[in-house]
Design a protein around this ligand. Structure first.
Ligand code: NOJ
Length: 489
């Protein structure tokens, strides 16, 4: 009788221990938090920094920004960087991902003139991070293009490629003795498809359905140029890793048993993600993208496909330019197949096709493109594993927005709990090679076209106070616990 009672008592305990042991992030798994230069630094014209397209857009075309604000001061990290590092340290994470402001280092965009004050600024941050056993993960380009290239059409003009490559070389030379994880370009889809290679509708008559592909084409070449510079000139001495960060927008077929919906959803993923990933992992643009843009161009009576072609040499140069894959994930949508639309103007969205929508039952947050759909994220990771031979993945961003000054951010805690769980499931049950998870963001910051109206931070920043004081939100304790215990509380 006694032994029966003991078994009844011990069994659930044992299986609980077993399951917690299973649902644990591996010992070599790393956690981190992220920010980017324009969104946090401020000091927009301090100590010789040159102007970027975002300075100009936010100053001259503030109607593009929801609250008409700008990043002139932002979180004032140009002055408060030491406090930022202490906040990262308090979280106990391994990585701090931040970006370099191109024009803080090269004020005109060209590598002929270096701004020593800019170099000093990043040296201070990198040294302080390392002193605190935090590894810097550095993004070279997080959307703040030197203004010099704007009138040339920004990323739609191949002239940017050698200048970006020179900037990358400078950065490797200046910081590569201490920075071992590099990201060339952040979320090219956003800057090419949404910002059309520039900023917002800064040039409203931009050639739609063309500029997106020109931008993607140049971004891929620029990324490959930087990768090879690192690989040949720096890796042998610096021994680091380099790749690109792509944002994975997941499209799920509206009706999984309708082959048309399945095809349309796959096509959306190829246009949003494959357009950038496929040339790096599989030699060229996805077949469906090549064929579809060629066909649409033909019926639009454009004599040549709107999608540029890579030469064989270019394909070889771009192919394999990754040591891992950086993934930002925020969006899952359903795709319903639609009838081929009549011929109108060229359009990326028409090329991509389908009708996309959110399930109204999905829980949302203050950012209307973010819903809590962890299974969509998990499916997207499985898709990457299947299509690109299971590369090492660093989740370089994932996060949740509040609209106001929320300190007890239970919505964010719930979001992280769900997405971290999905990350564990992807690793343990699906065999996806996710090695790190970096949360967006360390602190509230300038959310581009949404100004200061959306808050993604683990730390709150008071933007009406000139000192920009930081306050830990409830999610800080949650995240600390995840990192410390490697499990999800
Ligand atoms: C991705 C971008 O990289 C980052 O700059 C932005 O703040 C977040 N998404 C949230 O929208």
């Amino acid at each position: 009788m006694l032994s029966k009672i003991l078994i009844i008592l011990i069994l659930p305990l044992a299986s609980y221990r077993l399951s917690t042991a299973k649902w644990k992030f591996p010992d070599d798994f790393k956690f981190g938090v992220a920010t980017s230069a324009y969104q946090t630094e401020g000091g927009w014209n301090a100590d010789g920094r040159g102007t970027s397209i975002w300075d100009v857009a936010a100053h001259n075309r503030s109607f593009l920004i929801r609250d008409r604000s700008n990043g002139d001061i932002a979180c004032d990290s140009y002055n408060k960087w030491e406090e930022d590092v202490l906040m990262v340290k308090n979280l106990g994470v391994h990585y701090y991902r931040f970006s370099l402001s191109w024009t803080r280092i090269l004020p005109d965009g060209y590598s002929s003139k270096v701004n020593p004050e800019g170099v000093k600024y990043y040296n201070k941050i990198i040294d302080k991070l390392i002193e605190n056993q935090i590894e810097p993960v550095v993004t070279l380009y997080h959307w703040d293009l030197p203004q010099a290239f704007s009138a040339l059409g920004g990323w739609t003009n191949p002239i940017v490629i050698p200048h970006f490559a020179n900037f990358a070389r400078k950065a490797f030379r200046l910081f590569g003795d201490r920075v071992k994880i590099w990201i060339t370009i952040n979320e090219p889809r956003l800057m090419c498809d949404f910002f059309k290679g520039l900023v917002g509708d800064i040039t409203p008559d931009y050639p739609l359905g063309i500029s997106e592909y020109l931008c993607a084409h140049n971004v891929l070449k620029a990324h490959a140029a930087a990768y090879h510079i690192y690989d040949k000139e720096f890796r042998p001495i610096q021994h680091g890793k380099i790749s690109i960060t792509l944002d994975m927008v997941w499209s799920e077929p509206a009706n999984a048993s309708d082959p048309e919906d399945v095809r349309a959803a796959e096509q959306n993923v190829q246009f949003d993600f494959g357009l950038y990933a496929n040339p790096i992992f599989n030699y060229d643009y996805p077949k469906v993208v090549i064929e579809r843009v060629a066909n649409r161009s033909k019926i639009e009576r454009i004599p040549k496909s709107r999608l540029p072609k890579f030469t064989m040499a270019e394909k070889l140069k771009i192919s394999g330019t990754y040591d891992f894959l950086g993934i930002n994930h925020y969006i899952t949508m359903y795709t319903k197949a639609t009838k081929e639309p009549p011929v109108t103007k060229p359009s990326f969205d028409v090329d991509s096709g389908g009708k996309r929508f959110f399930d109204p039952k999905w829980e949302g947050c203050a950012a209307d493109w973010i819903k809590v759909v962890p299974w969509g994220y998990r499916n997207s990771l499985k898709w990457i594993k299947k299509n690109y031979r299971n590369p090492e993945i660093i989740i370089t961003e994932n996060g949740y927005a509040d609209g106001g000054d929320v300190i007890n951010d239970d919505g964010r805690i719930n979001y992280y709990r769900e997405y971290l769980n999905a990350t564990l499931q992807a690793i343990i049950e699906d065999g996806v090679n996710v090695k790190s998870y970096i949360a967006w963001s360390l602190m509230d910051n300038y959310e581009w076209g949404f100004g200061y109206t959306l808050k993604f931070g683990l730390y709150h920043v008071n933007f009406s106070n000139p000192n920009r004081p930081r306050t830990p939100k409830k999610s800080v304790e949650f995240f600390k616990k995840v990192v410390r215990t490697r499990t999800i509380p």
